[in-house]
Design a protein around this ligand. Sequence first.
Ligand code: FES
Ligand code: FES
Length: 160
Amino acid sequence: MKTVLSLKLNGRDRDDVVPDNMLLVDYLREMAGLTGTKIGCDGGECGCCTVLVDGDARHACLTLAASCQGSVVETIEVLASDGSLSDLQQGFHEKLGAQCGFCTPGMIMAAEGLLRENSSPSVADIKGALAANICRCTGYIKIIEAVQWAAEQRRKENVA
Ligand code: FES
Ligand code: FES
């Protein structure tokens, strides 16, 4: 069975005919061409595939594309604009939060979901938001510093 999936993907309305059993991660990578979302474990264990669905971090490898009917879906590709990195992307650069980088898109999207809700997260808040994201390079301190750096930029922008 197939479904006409209508959703807003990275700010653009889309309508696609998708198999009912198509995973969101496959829809994003293969149908929408958004390969920034990575597949690591393909089983809900690593967080590489994290995207935002209606603002909430979601494992795209555990989500059926058809379940996103009418939703707002955001991937890592939505963050940079006009060739400029987002604050979180810049934070990962500044603080060396990305090593091999494979986990990074999922980390950044999970952190994006956090910072939209909480612009002054504690270390515990950041660890909680990233608890479902595994970095095999084990550079978690730098990742936390990257999120803190971005949060600070966001607070400064909100004051200015
Ligand atoms: S690829 Fe989805 S959680 Fe690992
Ligand atoms: S930077 Fe290597 S897995 Fe995260």
